[in-house]
Write a protein of this length. Structure first.
Length: 79
């Protein structure tokens, strides 16, 4: 299932319960503890379409992408 976030623009995703923070030790939770869930409030959303429509989520994705790129570059340079 695809979670189309542009359809949810009434208020910020965190206010709607779609962007949540969980214990980082739980399954499917990113290192920063943030996760996008389906409208049931608990099932992790496997695909998030138009994440850039939410200011907070856009920032989280940019931060994660930057960290992943740094890690990848570090691994490549150590080969």
């Amino acid at each position: 299932a695809v979670n189309n976030l542009s359809a949810m623009r009434e208020s910020p995703l965190r206010d709607q319960g779609v962007l949540k923070t969980f214990d980082v030790n739980e399954t499917y939770v990113a290192k920063d503890g943030n996760i996008v869930v389906n409208s049931d409030g608990s099932t992790p959303s496997p695909v998030v379409h138009q994440f850039d429509r939410d200011k907070e989520l856009k920032g989280l994705i940019r931060k994660r992408t930057s960290q992943m790129l740094k890690e990848w570059k570090s691994e490549q340079s150590s080969r």
